[in-house]
Write a protein that binds this ligand. Structure first.
Ligand code: NDP
Length: 247
């Protein structure tokens, strides 16, 4: 697969899964805009890794939960690059808690970042894809959007919402040869899951048929599949990357 001449935006590309996707896209020739919200150092580090992999890119700061800031930032990206061909809606946060203890702000922040963020970014770049009659949008959902999870009502609702968003956008833009798909990771080793206590991690591993947590590279491989020209006839779908924990 070659992505030479294509421009990609990876939201939340400064760390974890997003970083790995950025490197994978860069290694195949895409020019990668690595979005971040606060960790410019980490985003620069990702660009360094993209270059080491033979690619190139630039960092782009914006809080994807902020509609106006996202439109501005993506307008600059489109201005610089001419178009955005590939959008990976990966930026995400958790604010866990059982419902009686969950604050309104926990609900709002998680929905605004994970779900509205994907809306904000897709809206900002889809016109440039429509003009080119080619585009790839990949939304990073989660296993808990399918299974539910006690203590993650906000996160599971946002991630399930991304699936509905994916299918609707897939229908809206199919005639323009823009595909929209989802990757639903299970438990992947990143800073997000390293925060879990060791006991909780061991309990999780026992629930995974393949017997181990996944890696960011496992998720990047699934995202790359959708971006590939050979996946041109695949839209509105989800690849589950979860070691079999949810089937
Ligand atoms: P990390 O916590 O390691 O990284 C989160 C990334 O998102 C960072 O790059 C961060 O930027 C960015 N980010 C957070 N909030 C915003 C915002 N408002 N605007 C822009 N960027 C933001 O996360 P993971 O790599 O673990 O997760 C990536 C995605 O995969 C998420 O959507 C997550 O829900 C999903 N996922 C992860 C799983 C896992 O097990 N790790 C399982 C299932 C799904 P900065 O560096 O500036 O803070």
């Amino acid at each position: 697969m070659t992505l030479h001449g294509k421009t990609a935006v990876v939201t939340g590309g400064s760390r974890g899964i997003g970083r790995e996707i950025a490197i994978a896209l860069g290694a195949r020739g895409a020019y990668v805009f690595v979005n971040y919200v606060s960790r410019a150092d980490a985003a620069e580090e990702t660009i360094g890794l993209v270059r080491q992999a033979g690619g190139d890119g630039a960092i782009v700061q914006c809080d994807v939960a902020d509609f106006s800031a996202t439109q501005e930032a993506m307008k600059e990206v489109v201005g610089q690059a001419g178009s955005v061909d590939i959008l990976i809606n990966n930026a995400g946060i958790t604010r866990d808690g059982l419902l009686p203890l969950m604050k309104e702000a926990d609900w709002d922040q998680v929905l605004d970042t994970n779900l509205k963020g994907a809306f904000n970014c897709s809206k900002a770049v889809v016109r440039s894809m429509m003009k080119k009659k080619w585009g790839r949008i990949v939304n990073i959902s989660s296993v808990v959007g399918f299974s539910g999870n006690a203590g993650q009502a906000n996160y599971a609702a946002a991630k399930a919402g991304m699936v509905g968003l994916t299918k609707s956008l897939a229908r809206e833009f199919a005639s323009r040869r823009i595909t929209v798909n989802c990757v639903a990771p299970g438990y992947i080793v990143t800073e997000m899951t390293e925060a879990l206590p060791e006991v909780a991690q061991q309990k999780l591993i026992r629930e995974i048929p393949l017997g181990t947590l996944g890696s960011a590279a496992d998720v990047a491989a699934a995202a790359l599949f959708f971006v590939n020209d050979e996946a041109a006839y695949v839209t509105g779908q989800t690849i589950h990357v979860n070691g079999g924990m949810y089937m």
